[in-house]
Design a protein around this ligand. Structure first.
Ligand code: A3P
Length: 295
């Protein structure tokens, strides 16, 4: 399969798969009760989507957990039909139009300036999940190796350089996490979460999410969800581990790879780490936005 190439899309590096439906995406009709789950790729999107799906539908629609892959329960807004494999025969916008459950849970990786305006006009709820730049880079590198719909990552050191320069799909990690962080100040229906916090105490983060969403769950329901969203359980669950998607070669690297904070230490050299820290200091300017790089 031919790998796609990156191009400049209104100042952000993108691939066709995520821009081919641009008109439908920009004209998407949001609803006030829509919930958008936003992240830079490889930041714990799938984890958050599953958690949200369980919070809203785990009790009322348990059958959907067994028969519908997560990527259909929480459609990917901007994915277009250009994917050459049959799993994504439907555009994200079409899948969303067909959803019968409420609220609609919508996944996107769009940077803040690209979110369709209708979500702001309708005052839809937004959940943003961010992950530290180094673990995200490592996870993204392995993802590009195994996913033939992503640009060829080349070797690690080339990939890391491209990542630092924003020459990967969805552009600069720095712009993404900072752009959404800034938006939090003016848009009250945005809840900003961190992968590292989820990893440290999923129950605490789930409680905060419930309080933000106005949900109240029994202790038993919470316990049940916490078990389901554990890394090992999601890894063996065919509905959450992306094993139904054939353009991902999980023998190259599994989608549910390690699920750890601090795995970057296994790939970054000392010199790569020093240069990365310097670069990060220049690019991540807002002192209120802090990331943790160790478990
Ligand atoms: P690693 O490659 O570091 O293992 P996304 O869903 O945004 O593509 O993010 C994928 C990353 O989240 C992968 O990271 C994956 O293993 C991790 N992940 C997914 N589910 C997880 C869970 N339940 N607990 C911890 N990490 C999880």
């Amino acid at each position: 399969m031919d790998r796609p190439t990156l191009f400049d899309f209104h100042g952000v590096s993108m691939i066709k798969q995520f821009t081919d439906s641009w008109e439908e995406v920009q004209n998407f009709k949001a609803r006030p009760d829509d919930i958008v789950i936003v992240s830079y790729p490889k930041s714990g999107t799938t984890w958050t989507c599953y958690l949200m799906d369980l919070l809203f539908f785990g009790k009322t629609c348990p059958e959907r957990l067994l028969s519908i892959p997560l990527q259909e329960r929480v459609p990917f807004l901007e994915i277009s039909r250009t994917s050459p494999t049959p799993e994504y025969l439907q555009k994200g916008t079409d899948l969303l139009d067909q959803l019968t459950t409420t609220p609609r849970l919508i996944k996107t990786h769009l940077p803040v300036q690209f979110l369709p305006k209708s979500f702001w006009e309708q005052n839809s709820t937004i959940i943003y999940v961010a992950r530290n730049a180094k673990d995200t880079a490592v996870s993204y590198y392995h993802f590009c190796r195994m996913n033939y719909c992503m640009p060829e990552p080349a070797d690690w050191s080339t990939f890391l350089q491209n990542y630092k320069e924003g020459k990967v799909s969805y552009g600069s990690w720095y712009d993404h996490v900072s752009g959404w962080w800034e938006m939090k100040r003016s848009y009250s229906k945005l809840h900003y979460m961190f992968y590292e916090d989820l990893s440290e105490d999923t129950g605490r983060e789930m409680d905060q999410l419930c309080s933000f969403l106005g949900l109240s769950l029994s202790a038993e329901e919470k316990e049940n969800i916490l078990t389901r969203v554990k890394f090992d359980n999601m890894k063996t669950n065919k509905m959450t581990n992306f094993s139904t998607i054939h353009h991902m070669d999980q023998t190259v690297s599994p989608f549910m790879r390690k699920g750890k904070v601090g795995d970057w230490k296994n790939l970054f050299t000392v010199s790569q780490n020093e240069k990365f820290d310097e670069d990060c200091k220049q690019k991540l300017k807002n002192p209120t936005l802090q990331f943790r790089y160790d478990a």
